[in-house]
Design a protein around this ligand. Sequence first.
Ligand code: HEM
Length: 417
Amino acid sequence: MSTEAQLPQPPLRRPAQDLDAPFPWPRPPIDPPAVYSWLRAEEPVRRVTLTGGRPGWLVTRYDDVRAVLADPRASSDGSLPGYPWLDLPPIPPEQLSFLRTDPPQHTVFRRLLRKNFLIRRAEALRPRIQALVDETLDAMLARTDRPVDLVDAFALPIPSTVLAWIMGVPSEDRPFFNRASEELLGGGDPDRPGAAEAASAARRRLHDYLGELVAAKGRLADPGDDILGQLVAAVRAGTIPEEAVLNAGITLLVAGHETTANMTSLGVLTLLQHPEQRAELAARPELVPGAVEELLRYLGIVHLIIVRVAKEDIEIGGTTIPAGEAIIPLNLSGNRDGDHYPDPDRFDIHRAARDHLAFGFGVHQCLGAPLARIELQIIFETLLRRVPGLRLAMPESELPFKLHAPINGLFRLPVTW
Ligand code: HEM
C-alpha cells in the first residue's frame, strides 16, 4: 500500500450515478465512470442489475479483480446460462472460441498458439513492423488533403497488416482483409449512415473469407506454419474440432485489431493532452516502453469484455457471490485503484505500471500482449520522432469517442501537422 493511500482521505461523495440503473452505466470518454472510485471505497463487490434484467457483481479493487481472474471457479464459459454478454449480442455455443471456454478445452488452444506469441517471436518481427509503420506514415505524410483521419490512415492498417502476416492471409488479399476489418470496427459510428449494416456485412464477408482460406489450406499437403495453417494441422491430428479453426481465427482478428488500433488513437490523444510528457518522450525514446505500459494502465481500453460467471459460491473481500451469477471484474477500475497506484488518475510516464490489468490476468491473460507491446512501442516512438508537429484538427469536445462500445476508442481522430 502506498504512503499516500495510508493518509486519512476525505469521505467520497455518493455518486450521481443511480446504482440501481441497469449496468453498463454511461461513462466519460477516457476516464472510468466516477462511481467506480466510490465503489472501491464503499462497496468493492456490489450486486447490480445487468441490462436484460439478470443480476451481476461488480468487482472494483485491483487485488480483488486479480483474485477473480486467477480463480478457476470464475468461469469464462460462454455457454453457461448466467454468462453476462452485457451489451454484446450473445454468440451461439457452436461459434464460441477458446476465449469463452475454460480449461481443459481452453488449455489445448493456448498450448497450440503459444509459440506464435512468445516474446522472442514478437521481437523478431520488430524490424518488419518498423518498416510497416514507416511506410504507413510515409503514405500519411504525403497526403495533401488535410486534416487526415489518423484512425483510418495509421491506427487501423498497422495491426490489421500484422495480423494478416501471422495468420497467413496472402498478400494479394490484404487490401480486402484490411478494408473489411475497418468496416467491422466502424459499426457503432453515429456519424456514418449505414455503418451498422456495413459492419454486419463486413463480419459476414470476413467469416466467409476466413472459411475459404481455411478450406484452401485444408486442401494443401502442407498447410503452412502460419496460425491458420497450424490450426488446420491440429484438426488433422485430431487435437481440435474443425469448426474451432474459424472461431479461433475470428477471435484473433477482433482481439488483435481493434484493441491495438484503439490504443493507438487514444494513446496519441493522451500524449497530445500532456504536452510536457510528450516532449520528454520525444527527447528520451528510451522512456517509450514505460510510457506504453502507463498508457495501457490509464486507458484500460478492453473494459467490458472481461466477464465471468461463478461456477460455485465465491467469496471475495468478505462478500459471497452465489453460484450461477455473473461477475464483472472491472480491470479499468483496478487500474485506477489508489491502494495500488498512488495518485491513480494522473497520467505519468514515469510510473512503474507494468503490472496493470489492461491485458487481463490468469489463464486468459492476453495472448497477444508481447506483440501488442512491440507494435505500440514502435508506433509511438516513430510518431514522436517523425511528426513532432502533430496536432488535433478538431476541438476535443467534438471527437467521436466509442462511448457505447465494450472497447474504448475513437471512430476518427482528425489531425494535421
Ligand atoms: C493493446 C492491445 C490489446 C489489449 C489491451 C488486449 C487485451 C486483452 C484482454 C483484457 C484479454 C483477456 C480477456 C479475458 O480475460 O476474458 C485479451 C485476450 C486475448 N487477446 Fe488481447 N489485447 C490486445 C492485443 C492483442 C493482440 C495484438 C492479439 C493477437 C494478435 C491479441 C489476442 C488475444 C487473444 C487470442 C486473447 C484470448 C486469450 C485467451 O482466452 O486465452 N490481443 N486481450
